[in-house]
Design a protein around this ligand. Structure first.
Ligand code: 5GP
Ligand code: ZN
Length: 119
């Protein structure tokens, strides 16, 4: 990956490149999925593009297809984790009000129990 596609200060870039060790649940050319370090649900995984994209707010036109690829990979992994019957949630936090703390685009894949919605 070229330097401009990776951010040397970014934890998720380091996980994607293997520089920082993590269990990897799924990976392909474009997408990596690994467990959240502080799981809030029985299944709590993070779905990221290999390419460093800061947030939804910073997406360019050429980044749009990656969100579809992330969603497809997340669904495949959700089914592999037994979430087909009861369902799961994909969440992207963007910016301060949503509580984004890691500025490398990621989806939270959460499931394994009932999730409250309206708060
Ligand atoms: P955000 O609030 O930005 O949407 O979510 C960031 C998530 O990254 C949090 O759920 C947090 O637990 C997780 N996280 C933070 N640092 C690390 C790390 O070093 N490794 C992993 N696997 N997850 C992390
Ligand atoms: Zn990054």
């Amino acid at each position: 990956m070229s330097p401009e596609e990776s951010n040397t200060d970014c934890i998720f870039c380091k996980i994607a490149s293997g520089e920082m060790p993590s269990e990897i649940v799924y990976e392909d050319e474009d997408v990596v999925i690994f467990p959240d370090i502080n799981p809030l649900t029985p299944v709590h995984l993070l779905v990221i593009p290999r390419r460093h994209i800061t947030s939804l707010a910073e997406m360019s036109d050429e980044d749009t297809t990656i969100v579809g690829k992330m969603t497809r990979a997340a669904n495949q992994v959700a089914l592999e984790h037994g979430l087909a019957e009861n369902g799961y949630r994909l969440t992207i936090n963007s910016g301060a009000d949503a509580g984004q703390v890691i500025f490398h685009l990621h989806m939270h894949l959460m499931g394994g129990r009932h999730l409250d919605w309206k708060h």
